[in-house]
Design a protein around this ligand. Structure first.
Ligand code: UD1
Length: 426
């Protein structure tokens, strides 16, 4: 059993606050934790995962794992304990999986562990905009047969055989699925043009601890020598670089001087570079980061790219900062073509942003205006909270449940550094 949280639908209410101060501890990375949880389907035994954030996406993944016959429990020290018996069910119920994209990470490990999987396609209509064709081609290259139906996909493989796989694009999800399948395949798999995100390296470290033989994760060529058996292990999830970026962007708008604890500076290189251009000073301090912002931010140009480029998840946060910067900035989204729905909400608050295709022209204004706006996804919601720090009056952000998907204790953490934020029942 897992601790049952209630994820109430509620608004975020933000009022302008003075400069931020104090320190905040960054939690484990959502985008790593969810994949490690999926990888626990690979082998029998008892896993202990530390620093798994208490967020609704994790809660949903626990539900999915339980539906497969596994057990999940939060220990008193916060660690997530997952147990998998000698066998595992390989068709999670449609309703549990459908609206929850990270569940696609179960395809690779389940087909490797059981020889077949039947799983809902992510988000129905989303299949058009967030396809899984590369995931499927990668698994097919390992010998799986895939059949995409209207609502779900079935993947069957009596045995997986290592192969050389060239990804069209360094997709994070496709790299992870192929990696998690290849660890139990027969022979060597080479993934070329692999995604290089830190979360991939964390997954490979976890798999290697389980007994897998993975080389090169974190670079664009990953070599996997398949093994017969894996075992359950303990692991600590890497810190969430997007949560760190969110707090730094809040500082960028409100100004002040803060310290972030539990960060990996080596994962934040491009972000710190861009923040520097805007006039936010950062400096590593042990396993933490000191940061300071005074006066007004400077305009700068930003463009998203696969890692080590600037993460697509950072862009809404940085755009929120640039709406208040001195001068005109250009921003380009290269990873997800349709990721602009937050722009109209920022404009509603008085931001001056023009969109042309996947480019934005942001003319900095001195102040925004608090009003009622809607969070359409996790980072869009965070961007609105950040923008609200530079708005006159109160901003009420609906769709707060999106923020619960990805941020643990968001309100408490922001309050600890001086943000005036609260929740109110919608
Ligand atoms: C993951 C992250 C997400 C992050 C993204 C890029 C999780 C749960 N989510 O998403 O927060 O923004 O990486 O860093 O970890 N694509 C295809 N076909 C495919 C797969 C992807 O066309 O089979 C396209 C996507 O539509 C998108 C691009 O490739 O345009 C990048 O997607 P991908 O790297 O796969 O992101 P996700 O793994 O979905």
């Amino acid at each position: 059993m897992v601790h049952r949280h209630t994820w109430a639908v509620s608004d975020f209410v933000v009022r302008p606050s003075g400069p931020l101060s104090g320190s905040v501890s960054i939690g484990g990375a959502k985008n790593s934790a969810l994949k490690l949880m999926a990888a626990c389907t690979l082998a029998e035994g008892r896993y202990v995962l530390r620093d798994v954030p208490q967020i609704s996406d994790v809660h949903h993944m626990c539900g999915v794992l339980e539906s497969l016959g596994m057990s999940t429990e939060r220990r008193e020290d916060g660690a997530l304990v997952i147990e998998r018996g000698p066998s595992v069910i390989s068709d999670p119920p449609y309703e549990l999986v459908e609206r929850f994209r990270a569940s696609t990470a179960l395809m690779g490990p389940l087909v490797a562990a059981t020889g077949r999987v039947r799983i809902a396609l992510p988000g129905g209509d989303n299949f058009g905009t967030r396809p899984i064709d590369m995931h499927l081609r990668g698994l097919e290259a390992l010998g799986a047969i895939t059949e995409v139906g209207e609502r779900d996909v079935q993947i069957v493989a009596r045995r997986l055989i290592g192969a050389r796989i060239e990804l069209d694009y360094p997709s994070v999800g496709a790299t992870e699925n192929v990696l998690m399948a290849a660890v139990l395949a027969e022979g060597r798999t080479t993934i070329c043009n692999a995604a290089r995100e830190p979360e991939i390296a964390d997954l490979a470290a976890f798999l290697n601890r389980m007994g897998a033989q993975v080389l090169g994760a974190g670079s664009s060529t990953i070599i996997v020598d398949g093994v017969d058996r894996l075992r359950a292990v303990e692991h600590t999830v890497i810190p969430d670089r997007i949560e760190a970026a969110t707090v730094l962007a809040a500082l960028g708008v409100a100004g002040g001087e803060i310290t972030l604890r539990n960060v990996r500076h080596d994962h934040l290189g491009m972000l710190m570079e861009k923040l520097g251009h805007m006039g936010i000073r950062t400096s590593p301090e042990g396993d933490g980061l000191w940061a300071m912002a005074t006066g007004r931010r400077s305009a700068t140009n930003v463009a998203t790219l696969p890692y080590p480029g600037l993460a697509t998840d950072y862009l809404p946060l940085l755009v929120a900062v640039l709406t208040l910067a001195d001068g005109t900035s250009f921003a380009t989204e290269n990873v997800f073509a349709g990721r602009f729905r937050y722009v109209s909400e920022l404009a509603h608050m008085g931001a001056d942003i023009g969109v042309d295709g996947h480019h934005m022209v942001i003319k900095g204004v001195k102040r925004l205006t608090g009003t009622a706006v809607e969070a359409v996804d996790i980072r869009a919601g965070a961007a609105l909270v950040i923008a609200a720090l530079g708005a006159d009056g109160e901003t009420v952000i609906s769709g707060g449940d999106h923020l619960d998907r990805g941020y643990e204790g968001f309100v408490d953490k922001l309050r600890d550094i001086g943000v005036d934020v609260s929740r109110s029942l919608a």
